[in-house]
Design a binder for this molecule. Sequence first.
Ligand SMILES: C[S@@+](CC[C@H](N)C(=O)[O-])C[C@H]1O[C@@H](n2cnc3c(N)ncnc32)[C@H](O)[C@@H]1O
Length: 167
Amino acid sequence: MHDVMIYQKKNTPFMRSNAYTNCYEFMFVLSKGKPNTFHPLKTKTARHGPEMLVHNKGPDGVNKKVLKELKKEKTRTNIWAYAVGYGGTTTDKVAFEHPAVFPEKLAEDHILSWTNPGDLVFDPMCGSGTTGKMALINNRRFIGVDISKEYIAIAKKRIEILTTKLI
Ligand SMILES: C[S@@+](CC[C@H](N)C(=O)[O-])C[C@H]1O[C@@H](n2cnc3c(N)ncnc32)[C@H](O)[C@@H]1O
């Protein structure tokens, strides 16, 4: 287990009456040994530019301030938030014939983090084909498997639509 991450849903229609509405799922990053690839995704910082910052306290216990340059971006945390539903998850209407489509951006963010162009991405439970679509858009190769023929048909349709657009 390399990391346990959280997929946070920015919006969810499934309200609960006796508890707070669930708005997250786990994302397990599994790796045989160290991951071969890691391209950390960045996020903009709230403040950047020169700022007086508290520096190491000396033995006298007095806080000293020094001028430092705050960076414009930093590596994201392991909680990733996405809008869900039409427009958030995807704009492919056919995808919603599957009951549990993941956001395209979520699949893309993992593909960009853990693989390089030309790598082979395998999704053994590919559902509506989100991972495949995003793998192909990002110049990766893809193999998808699903137990359901109906879902494979949806995935194929989505990838066909994409490849027609790319040609
Ligand atoms: C949460 S969905 C995946 C959704 C997909 N990421 C997407 O964006 O459309 C999980 C999928 O796993 C498939 N599945 C469940 N058990 C399976 C098994 N034993 N072998 C292959 N696929 C399986 C289901 O049919 C379902 O499509």
